[in-house]
Design a protein around this ligand. Structure first.
Ligand code: THU
Length: 135
């Protein structure tokens, strides 16, 4: 799948974000090696800590469906109501990076970010999580 198409899938996922507290809507599209795309959005909770990030939603959906091998993830995020042209790059949080490391090769797995003005940033997991912990 083309990178731009995966970004479009992340934008679709973002529309389903449940964010009554922060109003910050994130969407992720995780591409498995077999071509399946798993969507994820952030899901907040009134007790705050049970909230889940978009990236982890996508990973947990995929893992729970038996998928284990992944190529890349696209992520978009912006406050509700902000026009797409004003979206900034949304980097995955540290917890989500650690979850990615559990399932992906750090020097191969790619993280695509999109800022709403046609610019894309691309990183390997290793670049965003150097010296990550694993057993
Ligand atoms: N959020 C994500 O979904 N992914 C990240 O990597 C960073 C933060 C969500 C969590 C919360 O619902 C909102 O963005 C504001 O922190």
């Amino acid at each position: 799948m083309e990178e731009k198409s995966l970004i479009e899938e992340a934008k679709k996922a973002r529309k389903r974000a449940y964010t009554p507290y922060s109003k910050f809507m994130v969407g992720a599209a995780l591409l498995a090696k077999d071509g399946t795309v798993y969507h994820g959005c952030n899901i907040e909770n009134s007790a705050y800590s049970p909230s889940n990030c978009a990236e982890r939603t996508a990973f947990f959906k995929a893992i729970s469906e038996g998928k284990k091998d992944f190529d890349k993830i696209a992520i978009v995020g912006a406050l509700e109501g902000v026009e797409e042209k004003d979206w900034e790059f949304c980097f995955p949080c540290g917890v989500c990076r650690q979850v990615m490391l559990e399932f992906c090769k750090p020097d191969e797995f790619e993280i695509l970010l999109w800022n709403g003005r046609g610019e894309m940033k691309k990183y390997t997991l290793e670049e965003l999580l150097p010296c990550g912990f694993s057993m």
